[in-house]
Design a binder for this molecule. Structure first.
Ligand code: ATP
Ligand code: MG
Length: 341
């Protein structure tokens, strides 16, 4: 049975970028494939403090992250859907160390996200921040996951995972790890034309990020729906004066069209056609603001109805499964590298 796997780091409140790039892609794939695939959705809580966070809030944030997965539409009662915390499956950390020793400093240094994030957090560039793509490789390889629904920003890390896995397979045998599918195949599997990158509302040349300190740049899943609608109304656009889908010259407008299509489950081309040639940015903003407001109100109501007890049950089942699969793979690797007989 093939495995589809993804996770969203629990450091800050997730945004609609995370929702659309990771949660929703995963829920769509679960609906399509859960009869004959493992659907692994985990909270990468060990990744949470590669950049500074408020540790007193972490545990609650992780539990909330699990509620978000369920509220987004993952059916935790489905026997093929597994929801778990990375830190509760120790094999992730153990495999990460082994993979570290087969990853070259030069190739890890090329990760653009490390470069960007070290600029943002110049006072606290930790080894953990540098190392996290290799822990991410362990997260994927432990479960032989072939498809990893991710936003566009994570494709470079996926490519690194493929390189590390191929290197170990060449050295220790082709059946050690399943190599995740390349970017093009991933995008096709998600029924997309290209990787998703929801834009920053203030500077649409950048992606929306949950760790951004400027609240106006992002819509968080816990935002007051009315306040979120206001952020859409004041999103940066351009002075072209005509609604067109053009990510290069009109990234702000194109971003609004994308958000509208994805949140209303409509084909992006249909939404573009509806607005083609219209000149009122205000009308488009009002429509998207309304969509975002309704989406958040509905989503937050679903989250509020999920109890901590439900989360505990889901995790008990998911973590039993994850430890079983991950420990078996770890033992195989330990044997390959000569640690056990
Ligand atoms: P941070 O700023 O803390 O890195 P982030 O918003 O980039 O937060 P991650 O936890 O790094 O979120 O990523 C979780 C998932 O969400 C990944 O699959 C990532 O590709 C996806 N994702 C993040 N930002 C976007 C975005 N703007 N558009 C689409 N997908 C996104
Ligand atoms: Mg990120």
């Amino acid at each position: 049975m093939q495995t589809i796997l993804t996770g969203v780091r629990a450091n800050e409140e997730p945004t609609i970028g995370n929702f659309l790039g990771a949660y929703k892609s995963m829920v769509n794939l679960a609906n399509e494939h859960s009869a004959n695939s493992n659907i692994n959705m985990f909270v990468p809580d060990l990744h949470s403090f590669t950049t500074p966070i408020d540790h007193s809030k972490l545990y609650a944030q992780v539990i909330k992250g699990i509620k978000y997965y369920i509220a987004a539409g993952l059916d935790a009662n489905n026997p093929n859907i597994h929801i778990y915390r990375q830190s509760h499956v120790p094999a992730h950390s153990e495999l990460a160390w082994i993979l570290d020793c087969f990853t070259y400093f030069g190739e890890a240094s090329r990760m653009t996200q490390f470069k960007e994030k070290s600029e943002e957090h110049a006072d606290a560039i930790t080894v953990g921040l540098f190392n996290y793509p290799i822990l991410m490789a362990a997260d994927i390889l432990l479960y032989d996951a072939k498809y990893i629904p991710l936003g566009e920003d994570q494709f470079q890390h996926l490519e690194l995972t493929r390189d590390i896995a191929t290197r170990l397979n060449n050295k220790f045998g082709e059946d050690l790890f399943t190599i995740p599918a390349p970017e093009k195949e991933q995008v096709k599997f998600m029924h997309l034309e290209h990787g998703l990158r929801i834009r920053n509302l203030v500077d649409p040349s950048k992606k929306m990020s949950k760790s951004s300190e400027n609240e106006k740049t992002k819509i968080s899943l816990s935002d007051d729906p009315k306040a979120a609608a206001k952020k859409i109304m004041s999103a940066t656009t351009d002075s072209e004066g005509v609604i067109r889908f053009d990510m290069i010259n009109q990234p702000g407008i194109s971003n609004l069209l994308t958000i509208e299509a994805l949140l209303t489950d409509r084909n992006i081309q249909d939404v573009i056609a509806d607005w083609a040639g219209q000149t009122s940015y205000g009308d488009l903003k009002r429509k998207v603001a309304d969509t975002v407001e309704h989406f958040l109100a509905d989503f937050q109501e679903k989250v509020a109805n999920i109890t901590d007890e439900q989360v505990e049950q889901v995790l008990a089942k998911g973590e039993e499964y994850a430890n079983r699969v991950a420990n078996a793979k770890l033992a195989k690797v330990q044997k390959a590298v000569g640690l056990i007989k």
